[in-house]
Design a protein around this ligand. Structure first.
Ligand SMILES: Nc1ncnc2c1ncn2[C@@H]1O[C@H](COP(=O)(O)OP(=O)(O)OP(=O)(O)O)[C@@H](O)[C@H]1O
Ligand SMILES: [Mg+2]
Length: 520
């Protein structure tokens, strides 16, 4: 049976990199809309990247003249009738060729669709090939402009160790997307996810009718939360002991002079992992004397000491060696759970230091397991999620190498990936950004933020800048290694997702099984 497709216009030019479509009169083209062209079993997929006015007239000043006549007629109370408006007045869409399908298989286009080919709105069937690229961690629906198609899209859990970037201007839906992605991780239960939450929005959901991860129907089995403040009877205390703080963790986060750095290493050499506690509890002058070379100035030691005392005064950090939850966190991740670390109420180094210590411990456990192939094979991949990631992944001139940059460079091999969430990708080092294999790009207002993505993403974002600028909250482009183009998506609102999931579980549960009926 031949399908009746919605006809939108015809191809009028121009090259393999720029296709122009003349739309039917009274038909609007939408930025980001997908159109198809082609006959037989070959379908070209075109994406509208710009829309302009078109008219059929001999001279370029025609529209100015017509508008002038309209104004004149209005002012003299005479009506204006444009003859042959349907022919003369229309929209022109500038499109890029995304690729074409032949017998259902998607390929990159090396040829042009025929000049004057008809273009149509695609049917859901035309996108069957998307199923191969949708991935198992679904986040929303395929989108053509503003229209949603009945295809779920997301990313492959097999790629989480190759790092994920979630980029959007404030309010465009980063946190919602993160919750939706964490929901998929809880549902698929085949990878671990460690989320650091600086705003306390992921567990409970925050204000009004917002829902959090605790409301997810798999939360009981697949979510574990740690917090230094009491969240609910389900939350575990967040405690790290002083021996777990590596000297490198501090050097990355604080500004130290050369002398202070040398003194810190000397203290570490002298007292091993107890250096921070001893430093915080001893008299500065005595310490300076106790150091083998005693070459450190009292003032230098005093600065370090102030820092050590400040750190160990924090509720999270304990002087008792037996107190720690990092092993418990790692155990949960190894069970492919979502582990949420609530750091709300903390900011600056108070938030980043616990995150760095925990991330490093996870990384070290995986790194060591790598040497034992059998054990390593049984470990699920994990992703470490960091909000405001530009703080630790900034331009290399401004930041030092730290555990998060290290994970970006080396984590893939050890099955540890980073999910970096930021409003300002332009502040992330370009080399680091090029390590992110999966990008979720939501609305980005700043051109410099869009440019940095253009230069680093796998798929060609060069023509999509305008669309990214115009995206509504929750509308995204997903660029991933397995997909041949950046897939346009509308992320599910997390609250809708868990409601729908609950309903579908309820419906499944309510269907009486034949056995139950049989045994009455
Ligand atoms: N997928 C979506 N569908 C519908 N509405 C959405 C979607 N995502 C976000 N929104 C709307 O936008 C609001 C802001 O979303 P969200 O808090 O996720 O943004 P954000 O990018 O994390 O912002 P911030 O930079 O302030 O952290 C939500 O409260 C919701 O109303
Ligand atoms: Mg947010």
């Amino acid at each position: 049976m031949t399908k009746i497709r919605k006809y939108k216009g015809r191809i009028i030019g121009r090259s393999i990199t720029e296709i122009y479509v003349r739309a039917l009169h009274d038909t609007n083209l939408v930025l980001g809309e997908i159109l198809i062209a082609g006959e037989g079993d070959t379908r070209f997929f075109l994406r509208v990247v710009d829309v302009s006015y078109g008219w059929e007239a001999g001279n370029a000043g025609w529209a100015i003249g017509v508008a002038g006549s309209m104004i004149e007629m209005e002012q003299s109370d005479r009506g204006f009738v444009m003859h042959d408006r349907a022919r003369r007045n229309f929209e022109i869409g500038k499109c890029v060729i995304m690729g074409y399908t032949k017998q259902g298989e998607f390929r990159r286009a090396k040829t042009l669709p025929e000049l004057f080919s008809q273009v149509f709105i695609p049917d859901a069937d035309d996108f069957n090939f998307i199923k191969d690229y949708a991935g198992d961690l679904r986040v929303g629906k395929l989108r053509s402009g503003e229209e949603l198609l009945d295809f779920e899209v997301g990313m492959g859990s097999g790629y989480i160790q190759s790092h994920i970037g979630i980029f959007a201007t404030t309010g465009m839906g980063k946190s919602n997307l993160m919750k939706r992605l964490a929901a998929s991780v809880m549902e698929s239960h085949n990878v671990g996810m460690l989320i650091f939450d600086p705003h306390g929005e992921y567990y409970e959901g925050g204000e009004r009718d917002k829902r959090g991860l605790k409301h997810h129907f798999r939360a009981k089995d697949n979510l574990t939360v740690f917090s230094y403040r009491k969240l609910s009877e389900k939350s575990n205390g967040l405690r790290i002991n002083h021996r777990e703080i590596d000297i490198e963790d501090l050097l990355h986060l604080f500004e130290f002079s050369q002398a202070q750095m040398e003194a810190a290493y000397a203290l570490h050499n002298c007292f091993g992992n107890d250096w921070l506690k001893i430093l915080s509890e001893s008299e500065g002058a005595e310490l300076a004397k106790e150091m083998p070379s005693s070459k450190f100035h009292e003032m230098t030691i005093a600065v370090l000491q102030r820092r050590a005392r400040q750190i160990l005064k924090q509720e999270i950090f304990h002087k008792d060696d037996t107190v720690s939850v990092t092993d418990a966190i790692i155990t949960e991740l190894k069970k492919a759970k979502v582990v949420l670390i609530d750091l709300s109420g903390l900011s600056g180094w108070r938030e980043l230091l616990p995150a760095a210590v925990i991330a490093r411990k996870v990384f070290d456990v995986y790194r060591h397991a790598f040497r034992k192939p059998e054990e390593f094979r049984s470990l699920p991949k994990v992703s470490i999620v960091l909000e405001e990631a530009q703080r630790v992944l900034g331009q290399l001139s401004g930041i030092k190498e730290n555990i998060f940059t290290r994970i970006c460079r080396e984590g893939r091999k050890f099955k540890v990936g980073l999910t970096a969430i930021t409003q300002q990708p332009k502040l992330i080092d370009e080399e680091i950004i090029s390590q992110f294999n999966t990008l979720f790009v939501l609305g980005l207002a700043d051109e410099r933020d869009r440019n940095i993505i253009r230069s680093s993403a796998r798929q060609d974002f060069s023509e999509l800048s305008r669309e990214i600028q115009m995206l509504q909250p929750g509308e995204a482009l997903i660029s991933s290694p397995q997909a041949p183009f950046a897939i346009p998506a509308k992320v599910d609102l997390y609250e809708d997702h868990i409601k729908n999931q609950k309903e579908s579980v309820k419906t499944r549960d309510e269907i009486p099984s034949p056995d139950r009926n049989f045994f009455g």
